[in-house]
Design a protein. Structure first.
Length: 349
């Protein structure tokens, strides 16, 4: 397990991992020894208390985005934030392939490309397996951003009676061709990257694709350059520093590649029982659902999030008037983060 160094704003909660045995995937292949990494906010003795039937606070399930960890939603967790651990038990699970839960980079018996490909539904099923292990059968809310939002919608389709609320930020119910092309460009950037002296790929081209062209808008990138400590601000200098920062996060290129394949293939309509009908799958969601989108998103198109919201009965569509693009659903945009905390706090209350 390669936990990245703590960043400003991250919560240093104890890391936990559950060994859950052999796990069959949608493809018919299997993970030999599934382990799922997670953290708990708001109940320091969650496992033991729940085993004794003593859990007293509603549980919020948090999900992470592509290439991220259980820290992805930390900007929403804390006193006076949307998910206050004094009111909720917040359980945040690391997705398959993020280097903390079972991944190509950490498997003892299926390392590297021997690791079987998985889907977003497999991520959700592995999370359900963990909740069964923890004897949790009811959720107050399922929450995620980006790929986490895609998982949240899949939770609503796969297990419609298990949660009362869903929060999906910058999501898609079916991955758009545009997002698939972005991921393909990211994979090409890694596949063609030269190796450094440590044998690791040069992330600079990937960072340009994923951290600038996908995650930001032209307005946001210009703003970031203007706030850069270097004077005058320079694109190449900013990218070099961003690449150095990302490399320190210790993400494994093959892990990200596997998650990107799952991202590309996703469609809630392929859930058993819906025969590829994405709209009908979304219409089956019974939880109160909030979908949040920015003004523009150059990774997960805004139109796809709006369309998904239109298919779900009783949904709330939150359109934030900010130009940070895909970064809207993160701590990177302070104004958006504050508005999200306010809106989501009211929604889950």
């Amino acid at each position: 397990m390669r936990h990245p160094p703590l960043q400003p704003g991250w919560i240093d909660a104890p890391h936990r991992s559950a060994a859950l045995g052999r796990f069959e995937l949608e493809s018919g292949e299997q993970i030999d020894d599934l382990h799922v990494s997670y953290v708990v906010h708001g109940d320091d003795d969650h496992d033991a208390r729940h085993t004794r039937g003593a859990r007293t606070k509603p549980v919020i399930l948090g999900l992470c985005a592509i290439g991220s960890t259980h820290h992805r939603l930390d900007f929403l967790i804390g006193a006076a934030r949307a998910f206050d651990p004094a009111r909720f038990t917040v359980l945040v699970i690391d997705a398959l392939g993020n280097g903390l839960s079972s991944s190509p980079s950490n498997s003892a018996t299926q390392a590297g490309r021997r690791f079987p490909r998985f889907t977003i539904r497999d991520m959700v099923r592995s999370q359900k397996r963990l909740l069964e292990h923890l004897r949790i059968d009811t959720l107050h809310a399922v929450v995620g951003a980006s790929m986490g939002g895609m998982q949240a919608l899949q939770w609503g389709v796969s297990y419609p009676g298990m949660m009362s609320h869903i929060v999906a930020l910058t999501p898609m119910a079916k991955t758009a061709p545009w997002a698939q092309a972005i991921n393909h460009a990211g994979r090409l950037a890694l596949a063609n990257a030269p190796l450094d002296s440590d044998g690791a790929p040069d992330w600079s081209a990937w960072v340009t694709v994923m951290h600038v062209l996908a995650m930001r808008t032209p307005q946001r990138f210009a703003q970031d350059l203007a706030q850069d400590a270097a004077q005058p601000p320079g694109v190449t200098d900013w990218l070099a520093r961003r690449t150095q920062w990302w490399r320190a996060q210790q993400c494994d290129p093959l892990d990200w590649t596997y998650q990107s394949w799952a991202y590309d293939a996703h469609d809630v309509g392929h859930t058993p029982g819906f025969a590829g009908d994405t709209a009908r799958a979304l219409a089956s969601i019974t939880a109160r659902t909030l979908i949040g989108v920015p003004r523009i998103d150059l990774y997960n198109p805004v139109e796809d999030g709006i369309w998904a919201a239109q298919q779900i009965p009783g949904r709330t569509l939150l359109q934030l008037p900010f130009d940070s693009g895909h970064l809207m659903a993160s701590e990177a945009d302070a104004a958006a983060a504050q508005q999200l905390n306010d809106a989501l706090g009211r929604f889950v209350a």
